[in-house]
Design a protein around this ligand. Structure first.
Ligand code: MLT
Length: 267
């Protein structure tokens, strides 16, 4: 069965927030990667298991016209959305940048978490070299727009195999990036380059946690997932074969199965 996916917007104390959702029941929040939008979670929303309500917030929706954002701002936006939806605990997680926001939300409100999902992400902050790369990308975005960001990021987001054998996936990723607002992308780059290191928080995570990683992820590799698995006591690690960084899009069925198995076994 394929769930219907709907887009909604609500006024929160931090401004309007929009999100995609599907299913009904226990809430599960999926935070998207950079430079994508909540659309990247469509395969998982469509296959949300019975008794689960999957919610994918648009992290860019409350970005002001001018002014910097921090990873904590995104976490506060998600907390405000959950508050507006009268949700006081949920399974919460994200992929890559969505994982960075998950760590920030955990620091702010650990009791919100009935479970956690960390997909293709890492606990460490950016290196100096990484920060220089972010500055260059902000310049590129300002000069040449979203299409240039898609050209630069797609070879990192998707495995070489997916780019060769799954043109539909590559096309979908490009379409999502090219319709992502440049203002939201710039704010996300700024927030990511200034995010704190979350390594010391990992042992505090006491809820059941699913860690997923594509075996060919070059941005947040298996070694990072292993390190999180060793530090989070109640974690389960699933490595997805034939998947790169956007493992939920390259191997949507295997990703959704890992998620459903985890929810069935641990929540
Ligand atoms: C992402 O997928 O969210 C980004 O690649 C994360 C990053 O650049 O650190």
């Amino acid at each position: 069965m394929t769930n219907e996916v709907t887009r909604r917007t609500i006024e929160t104390v931090r401004g309007p927030m929009s999100w995609l959702e599907a299913g009904a029941g226990w809430p599960l929040v999926l935070l998207h990667a950079f430079p994508l939008t909540a659309e990247m979670w469509r395969p998982q929303l469509e296959s949300a298991p019975v008794d689960w309500r999957f919610i994918a917030p648009e992290l860019g929706s409350a970005v002001p016209a001018a002014g910097a954002r921090t990873i904590d701002d995104y976490a506060n936006d998600v907390a405000a959305l959950l508050d507006a939806l009268l949700i006081d605990d949920a399974v919460i997680g994200g992929l890559s940048m969505g994982g960075y926001v998950t760590f920030a939300l955990f620091r702010k409100a650990p009791l919100l978490f009935s479970g956690m999902i960390l997909a293709d992400t890492r606990a460490q902050a950016d290196t100096e070299e990484g920060r220089v790369g972010r500055m260059r990308m902000r310049e590129l975005l300002g000069r040449d727009g979203a299409k240039a960001i898609a050209d630069q990021m797609i070879p990192k987001l998707l495995s070489e195999r997916a780019r060769r054998e799954q043109p539909d996936v590559a096309g979908r990723v490009r379409a999502i990036i090219e319709t992502s607002p440049p203002r939201a992308m710039d704010a996300a780059l700024d927030a990511m380059m200034r995010r704190p290191d979350s390594t010391a928080d990992l042992p505090q995570i006491s809820c059941a946690t699913l860690i997923v990683v594509g075996e060919d992820d070059g941005l947040a590799p298996v070694t990072d997932a292993d390190a999180m698995h060793r530090a989070i006591e109640r974690s389960v690690l699933v490595t997805l074969p034939r998947a790169g960084h956007l493992s939920n899009l390259e191997q949507p069925e295997a990703f959704s199965r890992a998620l459903a198995d985890f929810l069935m076994a641990h929540l």
